[in-house]
Design a protein around this ligand. Structure first.
Ligand code: FE2
Length: 162
């Protein structure tokens, strides 16, 4: 068996985040539906649209590499999304639901930020500036989303306490 290199690792990680994005795309409408605050629902809906664009960017990178766009089961995102589902079930009807949904969503964002940060660095190392640029665009969106969620989280905690 040939020794796996950074190129193989980059492709594997690209498949991991591709799988993750598709799971997130499916989870976001459910989270939007569950959200109690209109602002939070709007934030989830907006990020759902952004996620579609992020998947398209990944499609472009697979194409640049002449590889089929294919996901690889990511246990990490499955676990994070599963925890979000538990919160939706267990806190249904509670004022603590939105803070819980926000916590779950921020865990998702942080996972994505970690992955895209790594992928960007590897793309640069592998002399793939076009891929690095696309990854950076997504990374910026994820960070902005995380920032919005942080602000909503403060508002949600205050509303819960009131
Ligand atoms: Fe994403």
């Amino acid at each position: 068996m040939a020794e796996k290199d950074l190129n193989a690792l980059f492709l594997d990680t690209l498949k991991d985040i591709y799988y993750a994005e598709k799971q997130i795309l499916k989870a976001l409408p459910k989270m939007a539906k569950a959200a109690r605050s209109d602002q939070l629902r709007a934030a989830f809906e907006k990020h759902h649209d952004e996620t579609e664009g992020q998947i398209e960017r990944l499609d472009q990178i697979f194409e640049m590499m002449d590889k089929p766009a294919r996901g690889k089961k990511c246990d990490a995102i499955e676990g994070i999304i599963e925890e979000g589902k538990e919160i939706m079930d267990e806190y249904k009807g509670s004022a603590a639901l939105d803070p819980g949904l926000l916590a779950a969503a921020q865990a998702v964002e942080h996972y994505e930020i970690a992955r895209y940060g790594t992928l960007k660095a590897w793309a640069e190392k592998l002399s793939m500036p076009e891929a690095a640029k696309l990854i950076d665009e997504t990374l910026t969106e994820e960070k902005k989303t995380d920032d919005t969620l942080s602000k909503l989280a403060v508002a949600a905690i205050n509303a819960e306490a009131a």
